[in-house]
Write a protein that binds this ligand. Structure first.
Ligand code: SF4
Length: 352
């Protein structure tokens, strides 16, 4: 089947199989452009020219895990920080005032914040929800099943936990000493507790195109309301520091294919890979959320690019709004975003 035929099948909502997805992901040049053009059309039909914008507060860079790809793995020696509750509330409020729709409260698996069923993390979520009054995404890594209901009750609208790959062999080489099924179940347990979920895959970690296709199908089948692809950036001091960095083409075509297959999902354009320079290409591939907006001069880090474009203010809300404007796109209001969240939440079946 030709690329055009597969695009048309997807546009009609007909099932596409693994081989179709591999074919789309393998498209290059003019064919890849055509896939992205179709993805933009799908995005614009579903969401108009509105783009959601998320602030990112990476409030603790301590972590008990040792993921092979990650700068913040416990065995890497670096200066770490943990923000206080008051600081996190202040940072979230300043992002809200600047115009974001959601604040993503992210940490490594910090033993202090994870203790006692993630009580400290939950307290942060509760204070941000009550005092800042904005949609909240909790990104604390993996939690025990019993911690999900209290996290939802504390006010987390979303729970994010990226699998990175659905290839179990590759997973075991990347997320050392971690269990694939426990991580996958994070999304199931979060939905049972009434939260929306985000999953993500990393591109350029040694996976095949088929692995990427399987990850896209896996994330879609898990029902995650937000799904993402991000290019791996080799990190200093890690076992993968010598890996060749990939161009972003595979990430862009992955975004487009996710959009074609799952028209109503939220798909981020992350500033964490190429900074502001990579925003336009990701939106042109069909993304409808801008993530990893970090306020400047607050001594906060990103994940893949811990400094890129932060202190020069290019990852600030004002700069992103200017970029959106130049592309003829508009930032959604919080009211519009909250309506989208409420509509998605009405479809989540809370477990007993
Ligand atoms: S990816 Fe997350 S869990 Fe793994 S080492 Fe980094 S911060 Fe920790």
């Amino acid at each position: 089947m030709s690329t055009e035929e597969i695009i048309n099948r997807a546009a009609r909502g007909e099932e596409t199989d693994l081989d179709d997805i591999v074919a789309l992901l393998s498209s290059k040049g003019a064919e890849a452009e055509r896939v992205m053009e179709a993805a933009r059309g799908v995005r614009d039909r579903m969401f108009g020219n509105k783009t959601f914008i998320y602030g990112f507060v990476y409030f603790s860079t301590y972590c008990r895990n040792d993921c092979a790809f990650c700068y913040y793995r416990r065995t890497n020696s670096l200066r770490r920080y943990r923000k206080s509750e008051d600081e996190i509330v202040m940072l979230s409020a300043s992002l809200r005032d600047a115009g974001i729709n959601l604040v993503d409260l992210t940490m490594g698996e910090d033993p202090v914040m994870c203790a006692d069923g993630h009580k400290a993390m939950r307290d942060v979520v509760r204070r941000v929800k009550e005092e800042v009054g904005i949609a909240v995404m909790a990104s604390p890594g993996a939690m025990d099943r019993e911690s999900f209901r209290p996290m939802s009750e504390a006010g987390a609208d979303w729970f994010a936990c990226y699998q990175e790959t659905y290839n179990r062999g590759l997973f075991s080489k990347l997320r050392l000493e971690q269990d694939f099924d426990r991580r996958f179940n994070q999304k199931i347990w979060a939905r049972e507790a009434g939260m929306l979920t985000e999953d993500g895959m990393m591109v350029g970690l040694g996976e095949t195109v088929r692995d990427r296709a399987e990850a896209i199908l896996g994330m879609g089948a898990a029902g995650c309301e937000q799904i993402r692809a991000m290019t791996f950036v080799p990190q200093k001091g890690t076992p993968m520091s010598g890996t060749d960095a990939s161009a972003s083409d595979d990430e862009l075509i992955s975004i487009a294919v996710m959009r074609l297959l799952y028209p109503d999902r939220l798909i981020p354009a992350s500033l964490d890979v190429e900074g502001i320079a990579g925003l336009r290409t990701r939106l042109d591939a069909g993304a409808n959320v801008i993530t990893s907006i970090v306020p400047p001069k607050m001594d906060l880090a990103g994940v893949a690019q811990h400094e890129l474009d932060i202190d020069n203010g290019h990852r600030s809300v004002d700069h992103v709004l200017e970029m959106l404007d130049s592309m003829g796109r508009k930032a959604a209001s919080c009211g519009e975003y909250n309506e989208t969240v409420a509509r998605m939440k009405s479809k989540v079946r809370i477990g007993d």
